[in-house]
Design a protein. Structure first.
Lengths: 226, 226
């Protein structure tokens, strides 16, 4: 079992987050990759409900999770951590330069061409929910997201994974698209839904998800008196 | 002079774009990197004012520029192209794994933690300009951008570049922050403004910018009759 408090590889994660974020926090990406290669890691927990300690910003400039360190690197940004892990293990990322760079291109496409089209909808549907402007803004941002998903769907076609086999590119796309759970926008793209399902069916994903969720369950805040 | 129609490395770019996008189109990132290492490249021009040819989506799934190819790779996403070029030339990216991955982490921070906070403001200020919802939406998205820039500013501090020396991380951050030209949000972060100015002062940047702009000047559409 990769979670091992004596491991030299360390991932930061939150002790607890509200329901809408459970199973989506980005340490999941790193946990999943580590599970794919059976590499042990320890978890350092931070409190998401309080400001992060000042010194944490040296590790993660935005105060987010995950930060990662092992005996080679000290890193932030889940995308970079995945590239690092991939550069150490061919099961995550091919060593051939052409194939390796294709996977990195898809990974960055998820981070810079797909996920940025999702973020305004999180503002509209969660963080600023109910504010009048969100009703008129929603269709504009949904249209943008739809056009990006259409391109991804056409690029994936009927392939099992983005390139010949599972890589960190698929891992990233699956975790990005999972942020759309609860909405209906993926209904128009059955092949993307099927990709997410294939990713979620992988035993490594299942273990990573269970480990993230078990921390939240253990640290569930006491219900407030009514 | 790197632009050379016989070069095997090829970058796609637009023949012409409106003023607000001139000097910001993302082939600039790749041109700049190639200029830094004096590597020749040819340019294949696409028409931004018409739908892209169907077959172009095989090269660039979102129909955007740049796509890139050389004798090793066929790539899209400017971030991935910079990592590829960096992996071939230490002047762009250190070879030591710890230093290399730090630069990649900063590059991805620009693409996934900073630029996504800029994109909704382009929707608000340019693509949906004047629509009533944009007035109420603007402060919400500006606040988010401001908090991300504050983190980047504190991380940069009084350093010249993000890490010990200029890398693709700085190149990416400078080109991302240049999208804020014309606005005042960078006024609160003099060290980020100074970083942009240092980047823009590099001779390689100047040549890359001049080459992008000269194509637009040559292909300026005829004024429409009034």
């Amino acid at each position: 079992m990769p979670v091992d408090s004596t491991a030299t590889a360390e991932v930061t994660a939150f002790r607890w987050v509200p329901d809408f974020a459970q199973g989506l926090v980005r340490d999941l990406r790193v946990r999943w990759a580590l599970e794919e290669i059976g590499r042990p890691y320890s978890v350092r927990l931070l409190d998401a409900t309080k400001p992060r300690p000042e010194e944490y910003f040296c590790e993660q400039p935005f105060g987010q999770v995950p930060a990662f360190r092992d005996d080679q690197v000290q890193l932030f940004e889940s995308g970079a951590i995945l590239i690092h892990l991939g550069s150490q293990d061919e099961r995550l990322l091919p060593t051939d330069q052409a194939q390796k760079m294709r996977a990195i291109a898809w990974l960055i496409a998820s981070l810079n061409s797909v996920e940025p089209a999702i973020f305004p909808l999180l503002m509209i549907n969660i963080f600023n929910k109910g504010e009048p402007w969100t009703e008129d803004a929603r269709p504009k941002f949904l249209e943008r997201l739809h056009s990006r998903l259409k391109c991804m769907s056409e690029a994936l076609g009927d392939k099992e994974w983005l390139e010949d086999r599972f890589t960190i590119a698929d891992l990233m796309l699956v975790t990005v698209l999972r942020q759309l759970r609860g909405g209906r926008v993926l209904d128009d793209f059955p092949n993307l839904k099927a990709l997410v399902a294939r990713g979620e069916a992988r035993p490594a994903f299942q273990r990573a998800l269970a480990d993230q969720l078990s921390v939240f369950a253990e640290n569930q805040p006491e219900p407030q008196p009514a």
